[in-house]
Design a protein around this ligand. Structure first.
Ligand code: SF4
Length: 345
């Protein structure tokens, strides 16, 4: 049966009209699904019984089911392995930050980008997620937080998958998040993270949505970047940086460049210098992420002194740089690791 969860108001209206029902029923349906977060058509009390039965005969409200959960020792980070009705699982992470509750959402089941530092790609990509499945991850956590009188405040689409390779579904999800009848989130509270799918960065800029774009850079020169991220062979550094610069100029939004710090691989003075020179004059900032060791690869995080040195070098050369707060190391917050544990089992 067709999943109704994730349809926007226009689609729901079309659906009720198709069932021979008046247009306003579409709005009521949207409110039950997204404002009241009900998971059973029979709970939609202001809809006639006949309509509820018709809906139940043709549709399902497909939400995500928790398979596993890990909480960090400090209780601030929780990682959930959520399954959809076909048995596919994705990870979604809740980070309780000082500025609010942030969640990291997956956009594909697995990933085929092959980034060497990432556990999500080790089993390849199974399929794209639908807007409803991305929304189901969001609602799973929002419903948990609602019990504490809280909500999801910011979203990063940075879990498993390359969101710009699932472009239409990701955009439909983002637009739905913003709707008043859904979570009414400001576009500014949403960040999309890409490994650098250049044509779709331009396409995204043309949408004129004030979301934040985050680009994974991880190396300041092509040879190393191609080694760490095979996509660099298709879209090399210069093209990615140009697309990022153009995105910043056309949207007025600061682009964030993610840079995973790996001991002895991309953390030396020459590389800091090259990175500073690449980003000089851009409306950009750098987010330094000390690597979460992946069991399958032999990489270590740099020493604290090394991390500070790299960050300070950038700052002294007028590049805004932050070091990502180390959240959830004790629960393997690096994406893909919890799912892999279950796949391996
Ligand atoms: S880092 Fe992102 S794009 Fe790269 S393999 Fe992992 S999930 Fe895919």
């Amino acid at each position: 049966m067709e999943n109704i969860f994730g349809k926007n108001l226009a689609e729901l209206t079309e659906l009720v009209l198709g069932l021979g029902l008046p247009k306003f029923r579409g709005k009521q349906l949207a409110e039950w699904l997204y404002k009241r977060s009900v998971t059973d058509f029979q709970q939609m009390q202001n809809l006639p019984k006949d309509m509820r039965n018709k809906l139940a005969e043709g549709y399902v409200i497909d939400r995500a089911a928790r398979v596993d959960q890990m909480d960090s020792g400090d209780g601030k980070t929780s990682k959930f392995l959520l399954n959809f009705s076909d048995g596919s699982g994705v990870e979604t992470v809740l980070m309780r930050q000082p500025y609010g509750n942030s969640i990291c959402v997956s956009s594909q089941v697995g990933c085929n980008m092959g980034c060497r530092f990432c556990a999500s790609t080790l089993h390849g990509m199974v399929r794209n997620l639908t807007p409803g499945e991305m929304l189901a991850q969001t609602y799973y956590i929002n419903d948990l937080l609602a019990k504490e009188g809280q909500k999801v405040d910011t979203i990063v689409i940075m879990g498993s998958g390359e969101p710009l390779n699932n472009y239409d579904n990701v955009l439909a999800y983002i637009r739905l998040l913003h709707e008043d009848y859904c979570l009414g989130m400001s576009y500014r509270s949403i960040t999309l993270s890409t490994s650098g799918i250049v044509p779709n960065i331009y396409k995204l800029a043309a949408e004129e949505l004030p979301i934040t774009l985050s680009i994974s850079l991880h190396a300041p020169e092509d040879e190393l970047r191609s080694e760490l991220m095979p996509i660099n062979r298709k879209y090399p550094l210069a093209d990615v940086l140009k697309a990022g610069r153009d995105y910043g100029q056309s949207t007025g939004r600061r682009v964030t460049y993610e840079y995973i710090l790996i001991d002895g691989v991309n953390d030396n003075l020459k590389q800091a210098r090259e990175l500073a020179s690449l980003l000089r004059g851009q409306l950009a900032s750098v987010n330094l992420i000390p690597i979460n060791p992946v069991a399958e690869r032999d990489w270590r995080r740099p020493s604290l002194a090394r991390i500070e040195f790299f960050a300070n070098y950038l700052t002294e050369h007028h590049i805004t740089a932050t070091v990502r707060r180390e959240m959830g190391n004790d629960i393997q917050a690096a994406c893909g690791q919890l799912r892999n544990k279950h796949l391996d089992q």
